[in-house]
Structure formats: C-alpha cells, structure tokens
Design a protein around this ligand. Structure first.
Ligand code: CA
Length: 220
C-alpha cells in the first residue's frame, strides 16, 4: 500500500485530492494545519507528501524545513498559487521535489505523484487490463489484441479513469471533476464527446451508457 499525506487547509481541495488518490489506489491521510503535518510526516508513516504552502500553524516552507532537518526523505510535492513564483523557487530550494500551481486538474497531480513514487521505487501497478483492452500507464498507450490504439492525451485520461473502475458506473460529474479539475462546468457536454470518440476507437460495446447514471467500462 502506498501512503500519501495531504496537507491542505481548503476542505474542498483536500477532498478533491483525497478522493482522486483513493480512486487511484492510494491510502491517504489529510491534515489541515502545518503543525500536525510536520509532526506526522515521517518516512515510516508515508511514501509521499502533498504540501500546500499556505497552511495555518506552520506554513509549508517551515514544515519542509522541519521534516528535512530531522532527516525525512519522502518526496514532497508542493501546491502553490499561480502567482507565487518566488515561493516555488524557495520551496524547491528548501527540499521540495516538485510543485504544482493552483488551480490544477487531478490528472496533472496524479502524473507528478507517479513520477515521484517511481523515483523511489514505490509506484503502483503499471498496466490495466479489462474487456480486452490493455493500458500501459507508464507509456500511456492502449492496445487491443496487440495492436496499438492511438489516443489523445485527454482520451487516455478518460479511458484510464474508466478502466480503473471497470465494471462500476462512473458519473459524468466524476469524470468532469477528476479530469477537468475542480472548477469544471457541470453543464458541459465534453464528457459525451470523449466517450463517443473512445467508442469509435475501442468498439462501442466496451463502454456502456447506464441511463441517468453514467458510464460503465467492461464486457456487457
Ligand atoms: Ca492554503
């Protein structure tokens, strides 16, 4: 089990990150202040930390200072506002491994998390396999019976999410919030467009429409 500590005081963002990470198979703990973050962030407890810089108690930079000073080596991905570039530079100097600017999409964050975990050799599964489709998460390639299916980056993201939940009904809202970010427009029909394209490429029978609920990936 890969364990991720999320230090974020905005409840909406914390919930968005936690749900996404758990859907991707990670175990998470959310803390909403810097003092708690610094005390629980130990290599024995976590494989990676996602750290907001603007935290009550201790700010993110101070949390980083403390945990690095006592020798914790877990990768740290800093969350920062788009306009605080000096913060970012400072964060990286103080021992952060990567940073991501708000607002971000979950896919963006997940990609960074995977890279950092791969560096430390604690990454999760590398291929997904359902209904005859094989998805290689490292190369972001799909294939059916050994033939590559060309996908755009977004199509890949939609397909990966559906395949991680193969057999389950996924709502349009889940797809929107997971792939298009927490500031998505709930009235958007963009999901339908991507589902249509994926059906053309993969075979319509692999993605079922569940009336008034959403979509389900898998054999009927
Ligand atoms: Ca904050």
């Amino acid at each position: 089990m890969t364990r991720i500590l999320v230090a974020e005081d905005q409840a909406r963002i914390a919930a968005f990150v936690r749900k996404g990470l758990e859907a991707a198979g990670f175990t998470t703990m959310v803390v909403d202040d810097g003092t708690t973050a610094a005390s629980v962030a130990r290599d024995d407890n976590f494989d990676l930390m996602i750290l907001d810089l603007g935290l009550p108690g201790l700010d993110g930079i101070e949390v980083l200072n403390r945990i690095r000073a006592r020798g914790e080596r877990m990768p740290v991905i800093v969350l920062t506002a788009r306009d605080s570039i000096p913060d970012r530079v400072r964060g990286l100097e103080q021992g952060a491994d990567d940073y991501i600017t708000k607002p971000f999409s979950f896919e963006e964050l997940l990609a960074r998390v995977r890279v950092r975990l791969r560096d430390t050799g604690t990454g999760d599964v590398t291929t997904l396999n359902a209904a005859g489709v094989v998805l290689d998460i490292r190369t972001r390639r799909a294939s059916i019976a050994g033939s590559t299916v060309e996908l755009t980056a977004r199509e890949y993201q939609v397909l990966e999410f559906l395949m991680r939940h193969a057999g389950q009904v996924i709502s349009r809202e889940q797809l929107l919030s997971h792939i298009w970010g927490y500031d998505f427009d709930p009235g958007s029909n963009v999901v339908d467009v991507y589902i249509r394209n994926l059906r053309k490429k993969l075979g319509a029978e692999r993605i079922e429409t569940v009336r008034n609920m959403g979509y389900r990936f898998g054999d009927r």
